[in-house]
Write a new protein. Structure first.
Lengths: 278, 230
């Protein structure tokens, strides 16, 4: 009995210590921000990257397996840090652990919206196109999806979805699946829900452009959509090994990827951008 | 066969990709080595504090702190501790990530080592303390020269096991973008999109190290046995 009480007390104290440590952490940057309040949200560690040329020799944060990560590898003398999630790279940037983050433009906008101390540099890298990945040889499925994509592009469904998630008209409903469609079989979609606005977790559900677009595609091809959330760098392996039928994750077509999976036509264009502290 | 050779070439040879594994291995070994040292040091200190308190009732405050340390560290996953050290304790500091790894895994291992060593100390018959006292040794001397050497021998297998666990646990270091052996394999996997070879290679390297460690410990155990009577 006595031991149990002791155990409970020490657990409580341990929790208290953690909470106090946590408070210490969250309150300690406060004086720093008041001190630099004149410079409006100025971070403790000043930014040193003002253009793509400044990246040389710097520490660049990226998400492993993304095109940003591949680009960062080509920057002269730069030290590339490959985080498992884009959000982790952004957090490291905020804390001054990296000098810049290279990431796709749309997620970058979402991150910058949510973090007032960050900004996007105006010079973007090359433009690229997002496509849906499917297993090499599974051309029957590829053709069906391609046709469905063509159809939802033509009738404006895709535009409506995109404008719901990006800017223009956030109030209207993005896409409502058609309940009258007869469905046979499941289409398993592999994605990495860390990539707003294409896919992210919202109150426990995976939502975004890719998700709504695939619901529209599934309505056209008469299949039921099932979403598998996984690490970005596992998606192609999942499609390859048949664990998923398609990979839809704001994935752009690169020669290395094409060696391992087939891609449908593009459904969105994107650029890689540099995110830095203000 | 040709396809397999092609994959072998893609996974390890092209762009010197094997270097991800060797550099990762180096990082893994450095973290493990220093974390083991830190863990052993912390563990022995905490174990002696706890055992001394149990046996003599002294060191109340230190014992209390040790108990909190054990509760917190053993009650939370090492990956969460690693993230807390990186993102919370060292927030807004650019710190060497290998050091973060060493600290996180060392502090974590210390808690387990402490309980292992304490169980070793408790396993030594109380008569040994009396024997020390009858030789005119005080508590500290008895602990250092009579109890701890015997305790160490008893817990050696458990300590070796802890080292092995620690080595394998460092595989979560990739979460703070530390390029250890596992992350090295992940990096190759994300350029080649081929899962089999990098993962098997990484697994084999861990296995070889663990088997090597086990045989070293076996040798040490036999060495220490020599002093046993009969």
């Amino acid at each position: 009995m006595k031991n149990t009480t002791k155990g409970i007390i020490s657990a409580c104290i341990a929790a208290a210590v953690l909470i106090i440590a946590g408070c210490g952490q969250s309150s300690s940057p406060a004086p720093a921000s008041t001190a630099s309040a004149q410079s409006e949200g100025g971070s403790a560690i000043p930014n040193t990257v003002f253009s793509a040329d400044d990246l040389a020799g710097k520490v660049i944060g990226t998400q492993i397996g993304t095109t940003g990560w591949i680009f960062a590898g080509d920057v002269e003398n730069a030290e590339v840090e490959a985080y498992n999630k884009a959000a982790d790279a952004i957090q490291a940037l905020k804390q001054g652990k990296v000098d810049a983050v290279i990431i796709d433009s749309e997620p970058a906008k979402v991150f910058v919206d949510k973090n007032t101390d960050l900004t996007i540099l105006s010079d973007p890298f090359v433009e690229e196109e997002y496509s849906i990945a499917y297993k090499i040889g599974n051309d029957e499925l590829g053709k069906k999806i391609d046709d469905a994509l063509m159809a939802i592009k033509a009738d404006g469904t895709l535009d409506t979805i995109v404008s719901h998630w990006i800017g223009d008209d956030p109030d209207h409903v993005s896409y409502t699946p058609d309940s009258s469609v007869a469905r046979s079989g499941k289409l398993i979609m592999a994605t990495n829900a860390e990539f707003p606005p294409y896919e992210s977790m919202e109150s426990g559900e995976i939502v975004g452009i890719d998700v709504d677009m695939m619901r529209a595609v599934c309505d056209r091809i008469g299949m039921e959509l099932e979403i598998e959330n996984m690490q970005f760098d596992s998606i192609i392996a999942a499609v390859n090994s048949g664990k998923a039928d398609v990979g839809v994750a704001g994935m752009s077509v690169t020669p290395e990827r094409q060696k391992n999976v087939s891609f449908t036509q593009g459904y969105a264009t994107s650029t890689q951008v540099i995110v830095v502290r203000k | 066969m040709d396809e397999f050779l092609q994959k072998l070439n893609d996974t390890f040879i092209v762009d010197d990709r094997w270097k991800y594994l060797t550099n990762g291995l180096k990082t893994t070994l450095i973290i493990t080595l220093f974390a083991v040292m830190l863990g052993m040091a912390l563990g022995f200190i905490v174990a002696v504090i706890r055992a001394t308190h149990d046996k003599t009732g002294r060191l109340k405050v230190l014992n209390f702190i040790s108990k909190i340390y054990l509760t917190v560290i053993r009650g939370t996953p090492v990956m969460v501790q690693l993230l807390i050290i990186y993102y919370v304790i060292f927030a807004s500091v650019r710190i060497d990530k290998t050091l973060v790894g060493i600290l996180a895994f060392g502090i974590n291992s210390g808690a387990y080592v402490a309980e292992i060593v304490r169980s070793g100390i408790m396993s030594i018959d109380g008569g040994q303390f009396e024997a020390g006292a009858s030789l005119g040794m005080n508590y500290n001397k008895t602990m250092t020269f009579i109890i701890l050497p015997q305790a160490f021998k008893n817990v050696l297998p458990a300590l070796a096991n802890e080292c092995i666990v620690l080595l394998k646990e460092t595989s979560v270091a990739g979460y703070i973008a530390l390029e250890d052996l596992t992350k090295g394999g992940d990096i190759i996997r994300s350029v080649t999109y081929e899962a089999f070879l990098p993962l098997i290679a990484v697994a084999l390297i861990y296995l070889v190290i663990v088997v090597g460690l086990s045989s070293l410990v076996g040798r040490l155990e036999r060495r220490l046995k020599k002093s046993d009577r009969g």
